[in-house]
Design a protein around this ligand. Structure first.
Ligand code: XMP
Length: 512
């Protein structure tokens, strides 16, 4: 394992951001439950610990507390926000209810010499969000920075290597916050900063070879970023021992199947089997218009088809998946629901157990941006590495109501024009998703002197960070005009193009 910094999660909305910032400093980070036993952290050989912030008061009934033995591990600890209050509370200081909540920007004034602020100016804009505040220093600590509202904005006990910040260095609004984190990692914990894409690939290749031995590995390739990078990485490690299965469910974008075959089979020389299941999917979807039912049918049929393909390939021992770190992080919920929640990511749910396949998930340590970097280093083209997300049920949830082959054809043609124009103008790379939706509504238009009574295509282009919220993108009018003109002129069966200007919430990104 690389040198690891443990981030103890006390329920902050920024826990993942902290873990990512650490990776940006080329140091490996891992998120742990706040109550992880110190013995476990010791066994894992962590180089340093960070306490995340959290929404609770240290005095709260359900306040999350760490295993106090972590203070005796002898490794450096950095407390952020609630983490600072924990140190105050448990190490001989005093935390009191703040008279007013400090929220938003503040000015940090550095008043002492500290390794945390090495190379930084004496005044920094920082971002705060806390109610309680420290009113008495814990034993052996001294102040190194203050804000207008707090004389203990940064404190430290250099002998024990305990550091704490009242503000959030991990958020973008905190000036030079990344430098503060880097100072902690490199200057205080002594991290080498050698966590890199190249090292990761090298280490993983060895690991995959060791785990797999001479066995066969099967991977469901969707063409999306995660499964594509997993395929390229595993292929580099074990070559012909990997077989990929690509299911054509008839709900793919225009040219998608040919693109995937061309890239992986011809270019990468991966053993790729295409399951042509177009008729089966469309037959099962015939007459079905309720979105949830459509999704269920598509999901069930996918598993069935995939399972059948596996059987025809012959014996395999491993099922590879492009599971990422955010899929496996145990999210801590504190408050009304004390139970921890573990998200599991099985896009071919039930299969591994039934077919006695072991899971191979080589990307499960990585965040999305790291996966893209690995993909690029493995030689995957920009179109794949920076691909927009595409839903599993594909165009099935973009043809509103019942799915008919001629409607899919119209949607595919319209969508291809949209993608082409988005790429040509470079907007494709700047947005979260851009796609067309087929509306089974007819409207009147004219072509030449002829009345054209035909369907409507909606254009949906959104910006988002994580798909939880989204805003519609203000594309330039000229670009919208080109897209609309081309679709109405070039796609038979369309008389009108409309633009979706709904945000999420209350709308969702997809229409169904
Ligand atoms: P919504 O429509 O819920 O979409 O705002 C959020 C994000 O998830 C994608 N999406 C899906 N992805 N299977 C998937 O793999 C699905 O059933 C599915 N439904 C929505 C959607 O494209 C967007 O990025």
């Amino acid at each position: 394992m690389p040198q690891t910094i443990a981030v103890l999660d006390f329920g902050s909305q920024f826990t993942q951001v902290i873990a990512r910032r650490i990776r940006e400093c080329q140091v490996y980070s891992k998120i742990y439950h706040y109550a992880t036993p110190a013995a476990q952290l010791k066994a894992d050989g962590v180089t340093g610990i960070i306490f995340s912030g959290g929404p609770q008061s240290v005095y709260g009934k359900q306040a999350p507390h760490p295993d106090l033995a972590v203070f005796d591990l002898g490794v450096p600890i950095l407390g952020i926000c609630y983490g600072l209050q924990l140190m105050g509370h448990f190490l001989g200081g005093k935390v009191a209810k703040g008279e007013r909540r400090e929220y938003g920007h503040g000015t940090l004034e550095i008043v002492g010499k500290s390794r945390l602020f090495k190379g930084l100016p004496k005044k920094l804009k920082v971002w705060n969000s806390h109610g309680d505040k420290l009113v008495k220093l814990p034993d052996g600590f001294h102040t190194v920075a203050r804000t207008e509202n707090s004389e203990f904005a940064a404190i430290e006990n250099t002998e024990r290597r305990f550091y704490a910040l009242q503000f959030h260095p991990e958020v973008f609004h905190s000036e030079r916050g990344l430098d503060v984190i880097r100072n902690y990692l490199i200057g205080i914990c002594g991290c080498k900063g050698d966590w890199s894409t190249a090292n990761f690939i090298e280490r993983k290749i060895e690991e995959i070879r060791e785990t797999v031995g001479k066995s066969r590995v099967i991977l469901g390739l969707s063409g999306g970023v995660d499964s594509s990078v997993a395929a390229a990485l595993i292929h580099k490690a074990i070559g012909k021992q990997l077989t990929c299965v690509f299911v054509d469910n008839g709900l793919l974008r225009k040219g998608e199947r040919e693109y995937v075959v061309g890239l992986y089979k011809r270019n990468f020389k991966i053993d790729l089997r295409v399951s042509d299941s177009v008729d089966l999917f469309l037959k099962r979807l015939k007459g079905v218009s309720e979105p949830e039912q459509k999704r269920k049918i598509i999901g069930r049929t996918f598993i069935e088809v995939f399972e059948k393909s596996l059987k025809s390939i012959g014996h395999a021992d491993f099922l590879a998946q492009g599971t990422l770190y955010p899929d496996v992080i145990e999210s801590v919920t504190i408050g009304n629901n004390p139970a921890s929640l573990i998200k599991s990511h099985h896009n071919v749910g039930g299969l591994p157990e039934r077919m006695k396949l072991k899971l191979l998930e080589p990307l499960r340590e990585l965040f999305k941006d790291e996966v893209r970097a690995v993909g690029a280093a493995l030689g995957l083209p920009r179109e794949v590495v920076w691909r927009q997300p595409f839903p599993g049920p594909g165009l099935g949830v973009r043809v509103i109501g019942e799915i008919k082959p001629e409607q899919l054809e119209i949607l595919r043609n319209a969508d291809a024009i949209l993608q082409e124009e988005m790429m040509k103008s470079d907007w494709y790379w700047k947005v979260w998703q851009s796609f067309c939706v087929f509306l089974p509504v007819k409207s009147v238009g004219v072509i030449g002197d002829e009345r054209n009574y035909a369907y409507v295509i909606a254009v949906r282009v959104v910006e988002s960070i994580d798909a939880m919220t989204a805003d519609w993108t203000r594309l330039p009018y000229d670009l919208l005009q080109t897209i609309s003109n081309r679709i109405t002129n070039e796609v038979r069966g369309v008389s009108r193009v409309v633009l979706d200007i709904s945000s999420k919430p209350p709308a969702t990104i997809e229409w169904e």
